[in-house]
Write a protein that binds this ligand. Structure first.
Ligand SMILES: Nc1ncnc2c1ncn2[C@@H]1O[C@H](COP(=O)(O)OP(=O)(O)OP(=O)(O)O)[C@@H](O)[C@H]1O
Ligand SMILES: [Mg+2]
Length: 229
C-alpha cells in the first residue's frame, strides 16, 4: 500500500467508525425503546383479552390476531436492530455475527453459501471484529464480481494461528493489472482492518479458478517462536 492509499484507507476507516456509531445508536433506539414499547403493548392486549374473553368471545380472536401482528413487528425490529448493531460481534460472538452476515448475503446470492466456524477459544474482540469486517468485504466481492457457483466462509484454528477464509470458485482477478490501479475500497479496507488488528491478510486469485481471501491472526506462541528463531 502506498502512503496515499494508507491515508485514504485511514480516512475511510474513520468515516466507517462514525457511521457505525450512528448505526449503534439507531440499533439501541429500535431495540430498547421501540421494541420495549411494542412488547408492553402486547402484554396489555393479553391482559385485556384475559379480562374480557368470557363477556366478549368475539373480541378474543380479534385480539389474538392483533397480538400475532405485533409479534411479527417486534421480531422484525429485533432483526433490523441486530443487523444494524456494529457491536454484535462483541455482544454475541463471532460465530453468531457471521451467521447473521452470511444470512444477509444468502439473500443476494443464488448458489450455496456455506459457513463453517470452528473456534475452540473466543478470539480477542478486536480480532473478531476485524475478521467480521474482512468477511463482509470479501463476501461482497465474491457476490458482486466472482460469478461463482458457490462460496465458503471458514474460520478455524491452524498451526499458524486463527484463520478466516472466504473462498469462491469464480472468474478470479489479477490484483495489479499492468498500468491499472485497483480503485475499489473493499481491498483497501480489508488491508486496513487487518493491519489494525495484527492480522496477516493475503488475497490469492487465479483467473478462471477463483479467489481466496485469507486472514491469519498469529498465535502469541507462534509469533514469539518466530522472533526467537
Ligand atoms: N472475489 C472476486 N472475484 C473476482 N474479482 C474480484 C473479487 N474480489 C475483487 N475482485 C476485483 O477486484 C476489484 C477491487 O475490489 P474492491 O473490493 O477493492 O473494489 P470494488 O468491489 O470494485 O468496489 P467496492 O468494494 O468499493 O464496492 C473489483 O472491482 C473486482 O474487479
Ligand atoms: Mg468490493
Amino acid at each position: 500500500m502506498t502512503h496515499e492509499e494508507a491515508a485514504e484507507a485511514r480516512l475511510l476507516a474513520a468515516l466507517i467508525d462514525a457511521h457505525q456509531q450512528d448505526c449503534a445508536q439507531l440499533s439501541r433506539v429500535l431495540h430498547d425503546e421501540v421494541g420495549q414499547i411494542l412488547t408492553a403493548v402486547g402484554l396489555q392486549l393479553e391482559l385485556l383479552r384475559l379480562d374480557f374473553r368470557e363477556q366478549l368471545p368475539a373480541l378474543d380472536a380479534r385480539l389474538a390476531a392483533i397480538q400475532a401482528l405485533l409479534e411479527t413487528a417486534v421480531s422484525r425490529i429485533r432483526r433490523i436492530s441486530y443487523d444494524l448493531d456494529p457491536a454484535l460481534v462483541e455482544k454475541a460472538g463471532l460465530a453468531f455475527a457471521l451467521e447473521q452476515l452470511v444470512g444477509r448475503y444468502r439473500q443476494k446470492f443464488d448458489g450455496p453459501l456455506r459457513l463453517m466456524v470452528d473456534l475452540p477459544e473466543r478470539l480477542p474482540d478486536d480480532v473478531a471484529k476485524a475478521f467480521y469486517e474482512i468477511a463482509d468485504r470479501a463476501l461482497a466481492n465474491a457476490v458482486q464480481h466472482a460469478q461463482t457457483p458457490r462460496i465458503e466462509v471458514l474460520v478455524h484454528p491452524s498451526a499458524e494461528g486463527s484463520v478466516l477464509e472466504v473462498r469462491d470458485w469464480g472468474v478470479g482477478f489479477s490484483r495489479h493489472p499492468p498500468g491499472q490501479k485497483i480503485r475499489g475500497l473493499g481491498v483497501l479496507l480489508m488491508e486496513h482492518f487487518a493491519a489494525r488488528a495484527g492480522i496477516r491478510l493475503s488475497i490469492e486469485s487465479i483467473l478462471g479458478q477463483g479467489t481466496v481471501v485469507r486472514a491469519v491472526r498469529p498465535n502469541a506462541s507462534v509469533s514469539s517462536r518466530a522472533t526467537r528463531d
